[in-house]
Design a protein around this ligand. Sequence first.
Ligand SMILES: [Zn+2]
Length: 235
Amino acid sequence: MFGDEQMKIYYIGLSKMNEKIHFIFMGKPSAGKGTSGQLIAKLHDLVEVSTGEALREIAQSGTPLGEKVEKIISTGNLVDDELITEILKQKLDSINKGIILDGYPRDITQAKTLENFFKVDYVIYFDAEDDVVINRITGRRTCPKCGKIYHIVTIKPKVDGICDVCGSILKTREDDTEEVMIKRLANYREKTEPVIDFYKQKGLLKVFNANPAFPDLKDDLINFFDELINKVREK
Ligand SMILES: [Zn+2]
């Protein structure tokens, strides 16, 4: 039997292992990484990190690095790879919990760089067909006032074309077209798909079927992560 003291040490051990779980979420644009990440992070007390958000955060920080980034973004320029990596490394180092990394690495060069400063436990590939993600985007309607997102088939508002929350008329965002999506998918195929093979060869890749719409895949998603996280704890 465990005494109180051993029990305490045992639980501290468990929570420490849990803290260290590092996931990378990968998949086509609109494969559901963001929505899934929010749910899983909440359930397992993980921190979601995306490069976009890390950049916005640092730009507002008022530090010398932040001012540099702010200047680049406000002049409409792209932040180069080296700087993104530096910011990401700072962000990841500052987190003392399990992490879900989303939006990085986008290509093989970034994947190799990441190996220098981030231990990866699992890479989750949100596997969805092209026509599924294209339908998700072209059917998406956004509230221009409060930002709430709907879908003409899967997340209908109570009244057609009207936001449930604020009553505004829903709009299709300019980028939410089949044409833009096909371009994004081509770019993804060329640059990001090789990263999936890279992790597969390392034995880190787990595939999750992301074809169903979010409400329907919620239970599968929860079970999938429960199993993975238990496995890491048992290691
Ligand atoms: Zn609204």
